[in-house]
Design a protein around this ligand. Structure first.
Ligand code: SAM
Length: 223
C-alpha cells in the first residue's frame, strides 16, 4: 500500500483485482469479460485528473462533456453479447476507447465509431499505445458501418430513442445488438437478436443511464 494525497491507494493491479471481485459479486460471470477487465489499464483511458479513481465502479467524465462508462455497465453489456474470440464487433460511441480495448483484449475484431473527432483521435492514440488493434472511425454511428457488415455483435454505448433499424440490419443472423433505449435521462438496456432475415427478438435487461446517442437514427443535436 502507498499513500498519495492523503488517500490510501494500492498498486493498480491490486485495484483491478478488487474491481473484478466486485463485478463478480454484482453478477458478472463471463470469465473472458472478467479477465479482460483485470488486464486492460482503465487509467490509460482517463484524463489525468481522474486517474486516481480509475478502479472505482463508476462512470467518470472525459473530454467533450462525455463519459467513460461504469465498469459494471461495460461488463454487463459485453457479457450480454455472448462473444467468442475472432468475432467481428462494431461499437458505436468510442468515447475514451476503454470498451473497445476490452473487446480487443477478448480477441474480437473491433470497429468503433465516434462522432467527436477529438475523442476518436485520442482513443486511437491510447489504443495503439496500449497495444490494441482497433479500427477507429469518425462519424454518425447510428447508421453503422456498412462496409464491414454483417457483424456478430454491435454495442451502442449511448442512449437511443429507439432501436436504430440500420444497426439491427447490419447484424448477422444470430448476431446480437446491445443498445440502451429510452428518453434522455434513463434507458432500458435491450439485447436485440437477429433470428432470421427479417426477424429480431428483444430482451430487456433493465434500467441504465447513458449520454444521448446523437444522429440520424438517434436524438437530434441540441434537442
Ligand atoms: N464506450 C465509451 C468508453 O469506453 O469510454 C463510452 C462512451 S460515452 C458513454 C458515449 C459516446 O457516444 C460519447 O463519446 C459520444 O460522443 C458518442 N456518441 C453519441 N452519439 C454518437 C453517434 N451517433 N455516433 C458515434 N458516437 C456517438
Amino acid at each position: 500500500m502507498s499513500k498519495q494525497n492523503n488517500k490510501i491507494t494500492s498498486p493498480l493491479g491490486v485495484q483491478r483485482t478488487v474491481l473484478v471481485k466486485e463485478l463478480r459479486s454484482k453478477g458478472i460471470s463471463d470469465t473472458n469479460v472478467l479477465r479482460a477487465i483485470e488486464t486492460v489499464h482503465r487509467e490509460a483511458f482517463l484524463p489525468a485528473a481522474m486517474v486516481s479513481r480509475a478502479y472505482e465502479d463508476t462512470a467518470l467524465p472525459i473530454d467533450n462533456k462525455q463519459t467513460i462508462s461504469q465498469p459494471y455497465t461495460v461488463a454487463s453489456m459485453t457479457q450480454a453479447l455472448r462473444l467468442e474470440p475472432q468475432m467481428k464487433v462494431l461499437e458505436i460511441g468510442t468515447g475514451s476507447g476503454y470498451q473497445a480495448a476490452i473487446l480487443a483484449e477478448m480477441g474480437m475484431h473491433v470497429f468503433t465509431i465516434e462522432r467527436h473527432p477529438i475523442l476518436s483521435q485520442k482513443a486511437r492514440e491510447v489504443l495503439a499505445r496500449e497495444g490494441y488493434n482497433v479500427n477507429c472511425r469518425i462519424g454518425d454511428g447510428t447508421i453503422g458501418y456498412s462496409a464491414q457488415a454483417p457483424y456478430d455483435a454491435i454495442i451502442v454505448t449511448a442512449g437511443a430513442p429507439d432501436v436504430p433499424e440500420t444497426l439491427a440490419k447490419q447484424l448477422k443472423i444470430g448476431g446480437r445488438l446491445a443498445v440502451p433505449v429510452g428518453d434522455k435521462s434513463s434507458q432500458q438496456l435491450y439485447v436485440v437478436t437477429r433470428t432470421a432475415d427479417e426477424k429480431w427478438d428483444v430482451l430487456d435487461l433493465g434500467p441504465y443511464k447513458f449520454v444521448p446517442l446523437i444522429g440520424i437514427e438517434g436524438w437530434e443535436d441540441g434537442r
